[in-house]
Design a protein around this ligand. Sequence first.
Ligand SMILES: [Zn+2]
Length: 313
Amino acid sequence: MIQNPVAWPDGARCAVAITWDMDADSLLHVMHPETSATRVSTISLMQYDPKVAIPRIVDMCKRFDIKNTFFIPAWCIERYPYAIEKLVEGGHEVAHHGYLHENPNQQTPETELYWLQRGIDVIKRYTGKRPSGYRAPWFKFSMHSLDFLLKEGFLYDSSLMGDDIPYLLERRNKTAGDVNQLIELPMHWAMDDYPHYAQNDDLNYMMPIKSPDQAMEVWLAEFEAMWEYQGMWVTIWHPMNSGRLARCVRVAKMIEYMQKKGKVWFATMEEIARHYQKCITEGGYKPRIDTLPYFDGRIPELPGHLTETERLP
Ligand SMILES: [Zn+2]
């Protein structure tokens, strides 16, 4: 059912990347710049990320001998360096996730580039390595993000949802001699833990909370299908959600199950991107390519329809 599957290493049926977006309290300050400091309970909820969940996740990964990928706003790295030290010690991948979880679609192109570059500097300073990957905060990949990621030498993005396996993003207005393609490692809302676990009015996210087994049923259905058809299974989990005790215990059981099932390639996003690149350059694999931007601007409305401004009350 996947038209053009990738041959994963050692005959694996499926690539598994457990990725965590460690936002801590960054987005609270973006959403409520004037009053974030007064929202004490939510701050405590979100600081659970670096203070409690990260050490727990690092220990869990050690137990199963796997490495995960952590997308982290650079401000969180500066603010909670002890959590980053643990990740680096554990050999995990630290990738770019904005500076303060700002929305690229609400920035000018110049500002978007400024914060992207500032985030790269912070990651380099604290991990000793330039980030290879990027996930836009709130998945708000802008019309300019591809240009900026290419300019800064990123290997992959993971903000888009256009396939079950890696694909390439290519600039419509190509420049001769420049790198014009970026690897996309797509994800999907079904693999995010917010819809299953997040209930918080300060974050405008009110979902009925599921049991860990119910949430896992959704994620394992995705896994079984990816295993069957040689796909790629990528989580978008948050330490403050899936790193809470009962949920993390369920995650550990899931890893045990996957390891017992076998033919599963546990990898970081960077490892998957490098493998995919090698399949193209050395293995003759023909990638699927999406050309960006999809559209140049406003799509013409049907005759007689109101414009967006006219529709406003
Ligand atoms: Zn995030």
